[in-house]
Design a protein around this ligand. Structure first.
Ligand code: F0G
Length: 456
């Protein structure tokens, strides 16, 4: 039996448009060969992101009807606060409209000019907020994470030597916190082990440096710990999630991923002073501290989503579906990041298109070709996403030049996964005929969202 079969049934459907190759040629060229600029109506299977694209449960939809749309002190805020305390253990909650808003607040509060913020690989919005606050991000993830073929089970781990060297070089006073992500997105959804996190905690405690946790996909990370880390097989995912959070001092959350909502996020901290500042600042940027840019109903759906996100059946099916797609591609010899990670399958565009240099944007090109083949929308995670060096203005050239097939939670079926796999195989078979792209428009911030390209 398929142990990962869906623990739910479908009671509402949304038709999707079937397009022809000619339709798609027109759509992608109008979108400047950037999948972010496609209209979703022109997409058949949308694997752009797992962010805000998940299906809510009937319980969550029922919760939407219980929205208490009071400006201040909404009952749903208190329900959310209870859920955050119960499942994550953080003391103080500041809701925000999504993850980057929480990153904005914590960066503004804790980072000063000239600070260095070590992290287990960068994330686009996280790093940008650190930089806008005057800080510099420093990558301290283990080297294995930069190698798509390395089968290390915990490629999200921190290289403790790198971290300690960095602390000694800059001094603990220049390090407002260490930024630790669970299920590291840019590495391919790779988990950090509890053993490693414990060691990071011990090292940072010596220097009195707090840990801020990017907990966007913490339940997915916990599931990998249960499956792969010795000693955790009999622990519940919920208990492992708590253990992870308990090793950190605060967290930013994009609830649009793990927590199964279409919009929402928060900052949660244990330090009273940081909380008070955040609660004050949120009023400036998001809204009153008991709604932070969200409707009451959104907070209710989030509170319920948090609870559902740690249920064993849910998380097994969620990761199981991603593994199913990944295993299929691996079986056909298609180069992907290994091991298969939490939220998607990451195609290795360098290996698939070795005839293109990074200046020809191989991952951007591959994502466009995939869309053309069968209407599957993926996302570039390579040189375009990596942006430019803030000092030299040159492109950052990351080792990982990837196309992410990101799987929304509870949305697509196994037949959809088969179509995706077959389309990837088709593009792979014709890879030698694929030529690269030129960038013809480049926005200043987070350029991957809005950059435009044309065929070289
Ligand atoms: N941190 C991680 C690890 C993320 O993956 C994201 C968003 C954020 C922070 C920012 O949260 O979008 O709610 O403001 N990732 C999305 C993605 C956009 O497609 O990977 P946000």
């Amino acid at each position: 039996r398929r142990s990962w079969a869906e623990p739910y049934k479908i009671k509402m459907v949304e038709p999707v448009k079937m397009t022809t190759r000619k339709d798609r040629e027109k759509a992608i060229s109008e979108a400047g060969y950037n999948t972010f600029l496609l209209r979703s109506g022109d997409v058949y299977i949308d694997l752009l992101t797992d962010s805000g694209t998940s299906a809510m449960s009937d319980r969550q939809w029922a919760g939407m009807m219980l929205g208490d749309e009071a400006y201040a002190g909404s009952r749903n805020y208190y329900n959310l606060e209870d859920a955050v305390r119960q499942f994550y253990g953080y003391k103080y909650l500041v809701p925000t409209h999504q993850g980057r808003a929480a990153e904005h607040l914590i960066s503004k509060i804790m980072i000063s000019d000239g600070d260095v913020i070590p992290g287990n690989m960068y994330f686009t919005t996280t790093r940008l907020h650190q930089e806008l606050a005057g800080g510099t991000f420093a990558d301290v993830i283990i080297d294995e994470a930069h190698d798509p073929e390395n089968e290390h089970p915990f490629k999200g781990n921190v290289d403790l030597q790198k971290l300690e060297d960095l602390i000694k070089k800059h001094g603990p006073d220049r390090m407002p916190y260490v930024s630790i992500a669970t299920a590291v997105n840019m590495a391919g959804g790779q988990p950090i082990s509890l053993e490693n996190l414990q060691q990071v905690r011990e090292l940072t405690a010596e220097y009195d440096i707090p840990i801020i946790h990017d907990m966007t996909r913490v339940a997915e990370n916990a599931y990998f710990i249960k499956k792969k880390e010795p000693g955790y097989a009999d622990k519940s995912v919920a208990a492992i999630v708590r253990q992870i959070c308990d090793l950190t001092d605060g967290a930013t959350m994009s609830a649009k991923k793990d927590a199964l909502v279409n919009i929402g996020g928060f900052l949660a901290v244990n330090d009273r002073e940081v909380f008070e500042e955040a609660r004050n600042l949120v009023v400036v940027y998001e809204g009153l501290h008991t709604y932070g840019g969200l409707a009451g109903r959104d907070m209710e759906a989030m509170a319920l989503g948090i609870e559902e996100s740690v249920q064993e059946d849910h998380i097994r099916a969620r990761i199981g579906q991603v593994q199913y797609l990944g295993d299929k591609l691996i079986g056909w010899g298609i180069p992907v990041v290994r091991p298969i990670g939490s939220h998607g399958v990451f195609l290795d565009a360098r290996k698939i298109l070795p005839h293109l240099s990074q200046d020809q944007f191989p991952a951007q090109t591959l994502a466009a070709e995939l869309y053309l083949d069968a209407g599957v929308r993926a996302m570039e995670r390579g040189v375009v996403s990596a942006g430019r060096n803030t000092e030299t203005g040159e492109h950052n050239y990351p080792d990982l030049e990837l196309v992410r097939l990101t799987i929304p939670r509870r949305v697509y079926t196994q037949a959809h996964m088969d179509v995706v796999a077959e389309s990837v195989a088709e593009v792979f078979a014709n890879r030698e005929k694929i030529s690269g792209l030129n960038m013809i428009y480049e926005p200043k911030y987070l350029r991957f969202f809005q950059a435009r390209f044309e065929r070289a």
